[in-house]
Design a protein around this ligand. Structure first.
Ligand code: COA
Ligand code: AMP
Length: 649
């Protein structure tokens, strides 16, 4: 792909910085509004900002109806490629619109109205996308929960979002096992204090489920009698969705996304960051349960009129390590987006890329990676075997789109491998020192974004303005604190190096160590526990628990560890990938009683250990290293670590 010169990036960046009203007002012209905004940016309630206040629109109208009315109804909107069910399904924009409108009618028949919340707990099937768009169509607020979370995590989200309806499926299909979703849902509904009156369940051929009479309705029956629903106008500032993400405590944060700013940002980022055009096929190998799935499996490609590929499979094992190349060839994918961990999984089983040989991937223009730090080896391997530029870009659930990138649609900036790129138009990114002032290029600091954030970014946390301000806006006056640390190089490329809080990144999934600690510490024999994210060559990080037993406990340690692993799987779900714990005599603490997690992480990773001056007593650290060595950590040969910092200039 030939990118425009970098001057286009510069002009967009400067325009958005110097005159955001004008820049985003211009970008808003790509969206069909039902009534125009009174102002592009309303700052009156700062630090709560509103984009496009006074306007009305419907996001589903922009994703479906608009393309059909423009004569593109026969264009393929969605391809569901499902190696786990051996099927490929294509829906044109005509078909997608018809199914969404019908399902919107079905949920309206269940009493769901504008502003009501609907939880969607589904695997990667077209109905998950249809359910999301149907909610948007009638102005209901969806909250998709990733299928790898177990009942108790789902229950927390049900209690926070208080949905009128839950939409789910009988099962998901993981390699080698069928995940029965319905018992997990039933368990969650039992645990939740909020009582959900109705569930719509899609019965899958692989494995059906029992429906609860009076509460559960079969998807097919619900649509059989439904009349298609028209789009309901919503305010640009009304919520489109809530997406829960890990905070530093066990209580997830409900990120709130608006309709208007989101539509504008999705449309802009699809073109500017990914270089997409309406006829393109865009494949994001993620899950609709994550923000990447919301933005780039569903909303951005459909807003632009592209074809989106929904993949229900894995990079390896469905059936082999050539799966990514097969999908790219079969659907002539133009732009591909996934997490680095997916390529590490492929490289591990097929280091020479033999399974990729023979596939024609000449349709592909670029590979985008995000979700975790991308180690240069993986980027180089992917680039070599796909034959396209590999672009790392940095963003978060909170932002919905890239904060930094190499934006192929508005200029190739020649970003070096290992950097996550330059700030996107609309983001004033600063690296701050402890005193809240910007540090010099090359120096590490907290990565922060000056307010206001651009359209599409979170407007608050659901039902919790106070937590929104405390978690993001209170550390540095006038800034959003990202929670990541890094530095700018002299060309203003950002290098994102680590988290500054207790959030860890496991296979591109964001998890809080606090939430795992809560489950471990609740075990009868456990006095206290610390969970750290230890480096892992495949998944980036893996949670490891250091556990102190209650005095007098004489039970077999292996039994206790097995019970802890089972408890985390039961309470949080398989997504936590919690498989390692060691029993230690005591946890090292500061004089004020805080466990020194950073020191524990350095020991586990085999890095040089910096003992904080505030530590109370450092004598137990050797014992901890010995215990961690018994489960494969605390090695200083680098074997547990993906190379990550090799390219720092
Ligand atoms: N429903 C139920 N269980 C699920 C699930 C789902 N939707 N997704 C994953 N799981 C289970 C897995 O089966 C596995 O279970 P196991 O412990 O019995 O083996 C466990 O959760 C851990 O899964 P994961 O760590 O994701 O490993 P994996 O081998 O299933 O998948 C990848 C590997 C690379 C495909 C996957 O981690 C991935 O897609 N990561 C990228 C995440 C992402 O898109 N992040 C957003 C930024 S791009
Ligand atoms: P999530 O909200 O689940 O998308 O996770 C966001 C977090 O993932 C960020 O705050 C980072 O810690 C990490 N992350 C995402 N993309 C990158 C990237 N390109 N480089 C480094 N870290 C990343």
């Amino acid at each position: 792909m030939t990118s425009p010169p970098a001057t286009r990036y510069l002009s967009d960046f400067e325009h958005a910085r110097d005159n955001p009203q004008d820049f985003w007002g211009r970008e808003a012209a790509h969206i069909r509004w039902l009534s125009p905004p009174e102002s592009v940016l309303d700052t009156r309630a700062a630090p709560f900002y509103s984009w496009f206040a006074g306007a009305t629109l419907n996001t589903c109208d922009n994703c479906c109806d608009r393309h059909v009315e423009a004569g593109h109804g026969e264009r393929v909107a969605l391809i569901h490629d499902s190696p786990v069910t051996h099927s490929v399904t294509r829906l044109t924009y005509d078909e997608l619109l018809a199914r969404v409108a019908r399902f919107a009618g079905a949920i309206r028949d269940q009493g769901v109205e504008k502003g009501d919340r609907v939880i969607i707990y589904m695997p990667m099937m077209p109905e998950a996308v249809i359910a999301m768009l149907a909610c948007a169509r009638i102005g209901a607020v969806h909250s998709v929960v990733f299928g790898g979370f177990a009942g108790p995590e789902l229950a927390k989200r049900i209690d926070d979002a208080t949905p009128k309806l839950v939409i789910s499926a009988s099962c998901g299909i993981e390699p080698g096992r069928v995940v029965a979703y319905k018992p997990l849902l039933d368990h969650a509904l039992e645990l939740a204090a909020h009582k959900v009156a109705r569930c719509i369940i899609i019965q899958r051929e692989t494995q059906g489920c029992e429906l609860v009479a009076g509460r559960d309705i079969d998807w097919q029956e619900a649509v059989a009698t439904a009349r298609p629903a028209e789009c309901v106008p919503v305010a640009a500032t009304d919520p489109l969705y809530i997406l829960y993400t890990s905070g530093t405590t066990g209580q997830p944060k409900g990120v709130v996304r608006d309709n208007g700013g989101h539509a504008v940002a999705m449309h802009y980022s699809a073109r500017a960051v990914y270089g997409l055009r309406p006829q393109d096929t865009f494949w994001t190998a993620s899950d609709v349960g994550w923000v990447v799935g919301h933005s780039y499996c569903v909303y951005a490609p459909l807003l632009l009129g592209c074809t989106t590929v929904i993949y229900e499979g894995k990079p390896v094992g469905t059936p082999d390590a050539g799966a990514f190349w097969r999908v790219i060839e079969d659907h002539s994918v133009n732009v591909f987006f996934t997490a680095p961990t997916a390529f590490r999984a492929i490289k591990k089983v097929d280091p020479e890329g033999q399974a990729a040989a023979g596939y024609d991937v000449s349709s592909l223009r670029a590979l985008f990676l995000a979700g975790e730090h991308c180690d240069p080896d993986t980027a180089a391997w992917a680039g070599q075997h796909l034959g396209v530029p590999v672009i790392d870009h940095w963003w978060q659930t909170e932002t919905a789109w890239a904060i930094t990138a190499n934006p192929l649609g508005i200029g190739d900036l020649g970003v070096p491998t290992g950097s996550a790129g330059r700030p996107m138009p609309g983001y004033d990114v600063q690296v701050l020192g402890p005193d809240g002032t910007p540090v010099a290029d090359g120096q590490m600091g907290d990565i922060a974004i000056a307010l206001p954030l651009p359209p599409g970014t979170l407007t608050t946390l659901w039902n919790n303005d106070t937590r929104y301000v405390e978690a993001y806006l209170s550390a540095y006056d006038g800034f959003y604190r990202s929670g990541d640390a890094g530095y700018f190089d002299e060309q203003h490329n950002l290098w994102v190096m680590s988290r500054i809080d207790d959030i860890i990144n496991v296979a591109g999934h964001r998890l809080s160590t606090g939430m795992i600690e809560e489950v471990v510490a609740a075990h009868d024999d456990v006095a206290e526990a610390a969970v750290i994210g230890a480096r892992d060559a495949d998944k980036g990080q893996l949670p490891v628990a250091l556990v102190v037993l209650k005095a007098g406990c004489t039970r077999d340690e292996a039994d206790i560890v097995a019970e802890l692993i089972a408890a985390v799987r039961e309470a949080i779900g398989p997504v936590a990938a919690f498989k390692k714990a060691v029993i230690v005599e005591r946890l090292p603490k500061t004089r004020s009683g805080k466990t020194v997690r950073a020191t524990l992480r350095q020991i586990a990773d085999g890095d040089a250990v910096q003992i904080p001056a505030t530590i109370d007593d450092a004598t137990g650290l050797d014992e901890i290293a010995e215990r961690l060595a018994t489960i494969g950590y605390a090695r200083n040969d680098g074997q547990t670590a993906p190379s990550s910092s090799g390219n720092r200039p």
